[in-house]
Design a binder for this molecule. Structure first.
Ligand code: PMP
Length: 402
């Protein structure tokens, strides 16, 4: 009899030679529990997913209610399914009036794919502009607009007519022109190591897009759904996108994503060709029920109001000579060290000896990822910071105060 770990290694496709290999039996709130009762504090929320914590009771209740009614019925866009319709309506209510039409998909990368097609369909243009070090997903369209040549090289040819500009560099905005169908940007860059917009970058970007008739697609797949302290991160910058993307935290632990646009624009998928964008499982009713409950939890339980104070509580405690700085917005943070060589043993030690799960970033390997469930308590933050500092001390040999 092979153990689950052996089966995982032998029969599940692997994406690296160094998977975490943590075995989790159950999870609750900010905690994950192993088969022998070990517990781990989840400081990364399944990479930005468990914003309302693992197995939030209201999310579980909504899933249970939907299980008793129906699962999949029909491909997207044909039948009236109440969980989909109510979710679309509730999403619209969190947004500026023009973002009134929701296309439900299964994941972040699918939201990107749908939005890129919609932008081409709507503008009749082909060029797509995105940022260096952006991560938008692993399917071929989303990969094309992602900004790491290292991740793309082996999979070319990808989409033609993609141009990359530097995030936060207003000088590069002139490269957005009348040829540009859309600019796709993360409101806060995630896998680049949490890069926050500076010097009115998003306002300049918004203005340039409007000037030349290019659509602005904001990818809030990682930074939306309350992560930064407002329901959507763009709210903090006084701008709005033409198309908004969400996924990850949206489902409260269930798979779902969406791209959201004005109805007149979305009508592009109804003709030339009819059925211009299709998905079998997009907007799965159980995922939609979970997403609606998640949205209500974020709105009703005061989670947004506490994000800034919780982030400040982390920042005030994460002080050590080896820490070069903390970047971030709300509970989407990066703690910078000198190098991966310093950081990796800290992450490993924190997991193995302190029961704290963290990570680094795809395109930034000297920074530690901090994105706990927004439900994390003050006591849990203090516990996590003490554990991380012990790990840093152990690995660097440097005490906290010098
Ligand atoms: N956009 C951003 C900003 C992301 O962080 C991610 C996932 N890390 C994606 C898109 C892709 O989402 P998914 O993994 O659900 O396809």
């Amino acid at each position: 009899m092979l153990t689950p770990r052996q089966l995982f290694l032998r029969h599940q496709a692997q994406t690296s030679d160094t998977p975490l290999l943590l075995e989790v039996e159950r999870a609750e709130g900010v905690w994950m529990y192993g088969p022998a009762g070990q517990r781990y504090l989840d400081l990364i929320s399944g990479i930005g997913v468990s914003n309302v914590g693992h197995r939030h009771p209201r999310v579980l209740a909504a899933i249970q209610q939907q299980l008793d009614k129906y699962l999949h019925l029909m491909v997207y866009g044909e039948l009236v399914q109440t969980p989909q319709a109510e979710l679309a309506h509730a999403l619209h209510h969190t947004l500026p009036a023009h973002l009134d039409n929701v296309y439900l998909v299964n994941s972040g990368t699918e939201a990107v794919e749908g939005a890129l097609k919609l932008a081409k369909r709507h503008t009749g243009r082909t060029e797509l502009v995105s940022c260096l070090n952006a991560y938008h997903g692993s399917t071929q369209g989303a990969l094309s607009v992602s900004g790491s040549e290292n991740f793309k090289r082996s999979f070319r040819p990808l989409l033609p007519d993609v141009r990359h500009i530097r995030y936060n560099a207003t000088e590069d905005l002139a490269q957005i022109t009348e040829r540009t169908a859309a600019v796709i940007v993360e409101t806060v860059q995630g896998e680049a190591g949490i890069r926050v917009p500076e010097n009115d970058y998003l306002q300049h970007l918004r203005r340039r897009c409007t000037e030349v008739g290019a659509l602005l697609i904001l990818d809030e797949i990682q930074c939306g759904f309350g992560r930064t302290g407002t329901f959507w991160a763009f709210e903090q910058f006084g701008i709005a996108p033409d198309i908004l993307l969400c996924a990850k935290g949206m489902g409260g632990g269930m798979p779902i994503g969406a791209f959201i646009a004005p109805q007149a624009m979305m009508h592009g998928f109804k003709s030339d060709p009819v059925l211009g964008h299709l998905t079998t499982f997009g907007g799965h009713p159980v995922s939609c029920a979970a997403a609606l409950a998640t949205l209500r939890v974020i709105q009703d339980e005061g989670l947004l109001a506490d994000v800034a104070a919780k982030a400040a509580r982390f920042r005030s405690q994460l002080v050590h000579p080896a820490i070069r700085g903390v970047r971030g917005l709300g509970l989407l943070m990066a703690v910078e060290f000198d190098s991966y060589a310093v950081l990796k043993p800290i992450i490993d030690h924190a997991l193995a000896h302190e029961g704290v799960l963290t990570d680094w970033f795809l395109f930034c390997d000297n920074s530690l990822r901090l994105a706990p469930p927004l439900t994390i308590s003050a006591a849990e933050i203090d516990w996590a910071c003490a554990a991380l500092l012990r790990a840093i001390e152990h690995v660097t040999g440097q005490p906290i105060a010098q």
